[in-house]
Design a protein around this ligand. Structure first.
Ligand SMILES: NC(=O)c1ccc[n+]([C@@H]2O[C@H](COP(=O)([O-])OP(=O)(O)OC[C@H]3O[C@@H](n4cnc5c(N)ncnc54)[C@H](O)[C@@H]3O)[C@@H](O)[C@H]2O)c1
Length: 433
């Protein structure tokens, strides 16, 4: 029986379902389809399913042309019908794993997806969880659900965890160029999952268990949140000491070993860095362990948008202006450069803080034409000398490539540069984070 599944993977005949067609699931589904597998994307977002079936991409990194080609040759299709799982040999789960309240995981998406898998699971299927989660999830949470109707893991079906490490917007490292970590419930699950991913990724690193794979992903993301929190603290310290943090980082970078640059900013956003380490924080607490670094870094990063408001107040006061009657333009509202993703974007928090102060806030973002989130309802302002000169301060919140920073510099009254886009330019107008 297992040989049959192994053979199907080996010969690219395995039918693969990817559940959750977002930033992680869509590129993955496309990669398997391009290797000749028949791939079914399952999502409960009807609009995404419709667009995929029309070959229209909704993720900037994925060209519609590639989707269209795969849809046309019937290698890739999408559906909202989970009953189709019964025809699948491999099921990969890529649904969101956000934080519910502060520091508490919201596993509802994962539970709902895995329950659908359990309902239609046939024998001799490989199930892989890619969603980032706390150590122990695959063994303690997913396995019992899949065994509910009497199937036994590692006998009737195979189960593994393989974290996604995709970096949206990174043109160099697409999903196929990033080494993949795989940890199975048993040796057999690990072996089958490694074989599967080797079809699309050159380097697959097998670890001894799903728990090790889960922890590896959280080590990586916690490393980022802690270092970003640390550099944000140093940036605030440097401002007090009148030292240019950006010049310090450039200098430290010349050390060929033992230093890796991280950059300060308005905080962290997206689905991963603000949330994933908190899964680890939550789980560690259940073991009676208090992970101090993660909490400190999360709090420091969360504070940065408020810190930016204080800095703006400081700048405006020096000009004898009040923040409550000032006009401020935010350049960039996504959580990251050149990525069309607003989730947990620190720019949005900054806009809200400023509005509470009574400031008139507008924004410009080349990839977000309008903002309709919560109580925010704004349209991206066009950048020209007249509009730029209209504002008391322009805040460079995100360093999108498509913005004409020279034009902004020429016409702005004052600029608060939180991304160092003006580098070594010496201008009285530019104040750096
Ligand atoms: N975005 C990243 O950069 C990134 C990188 C590495 C890992 N991850 C992890 O990958 C996972 C997915 O993240 P994402 O950014 O792709 O999320 P996303 O929000 O872009 O996409 C998730 C998709 O899952 C769908 N979905 C939700 N519940 C579902 C269900 N029960 N059944 C079917 N579909 C369902 C949603 O409609 C959505 O289309 C998360 O655990 C995240 O932490 C994300």
């Amino acid at each position: 029986m297992t040989e049959n599944l192994e053979n199907k993977i080996k010969t690219n005949k395995a039918r693969i379902a990817v559940i959750g067609l977002g930033y992680v699931g869509l590129p993955l589904a496309l990669s398997f389809a391009k290797k000749g597998f028949k791939v079914l994307g399952l999502d409960n977002d009807y609009d995404r399913v419709k667009r995929l079936n029309e070959g229209t991409s909704y993720i900037l990194d994925i060209p519609s042309k590639e989707l269209k080609n795969m849809v046309r040759c019937e290698s890739l299709k999408a559906s909202t019908d989970f009953a189709l799982i019964k025809d699948m040999d491999v099921i990969i789960v890529c649904v969101p794993t956000p934080i519910k309240r502060r520091y508490t995981p919201d596993i509802s998406f994962m539970l709902s997806a895995v329950k659908s898998v359990a309902q239609y699971l046939k024998k001799n299927t490989l199930v892989v969880l890619e969603s980032t989660t706390y150590p122990g999830t695959t063994e303690e949470l997913i396995r019992p659900i899949l065994e509910e109707k009497g199937f036994k893991a590692e006998k009737d079906f195979f189960l593994a965890f393989s974290p996604e490490r995709i970096d949206p917007g990174n043109k160099h490292y697409d999903v196929t160029r990033i080494p993949k970590i795989v940890g199975g419930l048993s040796e057999k699950s690990g072996y089958l999952t490694k074989m599967l991913y080797q079809k699309i990724i050159k380097k697959v690193h097998l670890v001894s268990s799903a728990k090790v794979a889960e922890m590896t992903k959280l080590l990586e993301n916690s490393f980022r949140i802690v270092n970003i929190g640390w550099i944000n603290e140093i940036a605030m310290m440097c401002h007090k000491m009148r030292i240019d943090i950006w010049e310090v980082i450039e200098a430290a970078k010349t050390k060929p070993f033992g230093f890796m640059p991280f950059y300060p900013g308005l905080g962290v956003g997206g689905h991963c860095i603000p949330e994933d380490p908190l899964y680890l924080y939550w789980k560690a607490k259940r073991y009676g362990f208090n992970p101090k670094f993660i909490k400190l870094a999360a709090d420091t990063n969360a504070h940065m948008s408020l810190y930016a408001v204080h800095r703006l107040e400081e700048m405006l006061t020096a000009q004898k202006k009040k923040i409550s009657s000032s006009k401020i333009l935010i350049l960039g509202v996504t959580y990251k450069k050149d990525v069309k993703d607003l989730r947990k974007s620190p720019s949005l928090k900054l806009i809200e803080h400023l509005q509470l102060k009574g400031t008139r806030v507008d924004y410009h973002d080349p990839i977000i034409p309008y903002l309709k989130i919560g109580h925010l309802d704004l349209t991206s302002v066009r950048l020209n000398p007249r509009t730029i000169s209209h504002y008391d301060v322009i805040v460079v919140a995100v360093d999108h490539t498509a913005v004409n920073y020279q034009l902004v510099l020429k016409s702005a009254k004052m600029i608060f540069d939180t991304r160092n886009v003006y580098g070594k330019i010496k201008s009285q107008k530019v104040i750096k984070l």
